[in-house]
Design a protein around this ligand. Structure first.
Ligand code: AMP
Length: 402
């Protein structure tokens, strides 16, 4: 049966069509600039070349109609009729405290996702737009919501509370939620599989290092702490986000420069991190290139990043009272031997030994171990696959309705 996995942004829509339970991808694509001039759709049928079409796509419903038509297309398509489509799975960024796992979408679920909009004002409305558009287009198709925050709902209060007056927790739901949960869940379980051990018996630190980054302590298969928080700024430095900053410095800058909350938010989210520190780029590839040429601020970025990641791993080893495995994933985690080597270098005292040759070879979608034989802690590189988790959850949660 076919499961359509959707990731709707405010002006974009990414999709993958899975054959389940075989877990193979039949087709995938991207609709860009929805509601903006210059909309286009890129579609790839597995084993065939990518086609790209310009089209007038004013909203997500029209975008989804294009996707469905392409999936049914005689030349580029992969299904003969809509009856082959069993369900749709949506990435939803914020499930608040309401959702600790994926859920079949009904009116109550839509309302609950709506209630989480203040927690993710940019993302949840876009995710909801996708769910509603799909409902209008194919009203009988079961839909499942898979939340970025759900995996972290196992964190204990000592990890998720902030030291602010308690009323801010009760009034505004102000607490650590964490993000990239689907990715952390996938790579932790894949790590256990690669190690040939049940995840229930392992203490794993998963490092999702991409444009946005988060590090998670996964103890016995559940998240017990994570570096992103109420929002997506804290933790290690990221492409354009600052990572951890003393909030009193933020207040000081706002006072000195007479900045509004919106101005300061823009600085923290869009002008900081690799870009703000280096003045060069938000992309680590550019930073590494500049570092090789001797650029001091680029060097500072790489040193700060590796140092920050190592500090979180050390902290989480303490939080879990042990460490069996470190996983690197996402754009930087999967492709930067330099950052991985520098991180491992700090952690020798914990029994982490990086094999330089294995580390150097682990790029562009390779999966495997980069620790040496004598390393007490396994260090793995695992390409993340959030779409597969969404497909699996959608298959599991919708199959009883088919
Ligand atoms: P993601 O958000 O997972 O797509 O990760 C994107 C980021 O991965 C980019 O902005 C780069 O900083 C980083 N990246 C991708 N390829 C490489 C590479 N070969 N070396 C260093 N960083 C990379």
């Amino acid at each position: 049966m076919k499961i359509l996995v959707l990731n709707c942004g405010s002006s974009s829509l990414k999709y993958q069509l899975f054959d389940m339970p075989q877990e193979t991808v039949a087709a995938k694509g991207l609709v860009e600039r929805i509601g903006i001039e210059g909309s286009r759709i890129k579609h790839t049928r597995t084993g065939s070349s990518t086609i790209s079409k310009d089209a007038d796509i004013p909203n997500h419903k029209v975008a989804l109609k294009y996707v469905v038509d392409l999936l049914l297309d005689g030349d580029e398509g992969v299904i003969a009729s809509l009856n082959e489509l069993a369900a749709a799975g949506h990435r939803v960024v914020h499930g608040g405290e309401k959702f600790a796992s994926s859920v079949l979408v009904d009116d109550d679920v839509i309302e609950a996702i709506e209630e989480c909009v203040p927690l993710a004002p940019l993302h949840n409305p876009a995710n909801l737009t996708g769910i509603r558009a799909m409902k209008e287009l194919l009203p009988d198709l079961p839909q499942v919501a898979v939340f970025d925050t759900a995996f972290h709902q196992t964190m204990p209060p000592k990890a998720y509370m902030y030291g602010l007056p308690y009323r801010y927790y009760t009034t505004y739901k102000g607490r650590r939620y964490g993000f990239h949960g689907t990715s952390h869940y996938y790579v932790a379980n894949r790590a256990a599989q690669l190690m040939g051990k049940p995840v229930e018996g392992l203490k794993i630190v998963t490092c999702h290092l991409g444009n946005g980054s988060s590090i998670t302590a996964v103890d016995g298969g559940v998240s017990v702490d994570t570096s992103l928080g109420f929002g997506t700024v804290p933790g290690v430095i990221m492409g354009t986000r600052s990572g951890d900053v003393d909030p009193t410095l933020v207040l000081h800058i706002m006072e000195q420069e007479n900045l509004s909350a919106a101005n300061m938010s823009h600085i923290l989210h869009k002008e900081s991190g690799f870009l703000g520190l280096s003045g060069i780029s938000s992309d680590l590839r550019d930073i590494e290139e500049a570092m090789e040429k001797g650029n001091e601020r680029a060097t500072l970025v790489v040193e700060m990043l590796a140092y920050g990641i190592a500090k979180f791993i050390g902290a989480y080893a303490a939080a879990m009272r042990g460490l069996d495995c470190i996983v690197f994933t996402a754009g930087i985690g999967e492709n930067s031997p330099l950052v991985r080597e520098k991180v491992c270098d700090y952690l020798e005292f914990l029994g982490v030994l990086c094999d330089k040759d294995k580390n150097g070879a682990m790029i562009r979608g390779n999966e495997g171990e980069i620790s040496g034989g004598a390393s007490r802690v396994k260090v793995l590189v695992i390409p993340t696959n959030e779409e597969l988790v969404i497909a699996r959850d959608t298959y599991r949660d919708s199959v009883k309705y088919l």
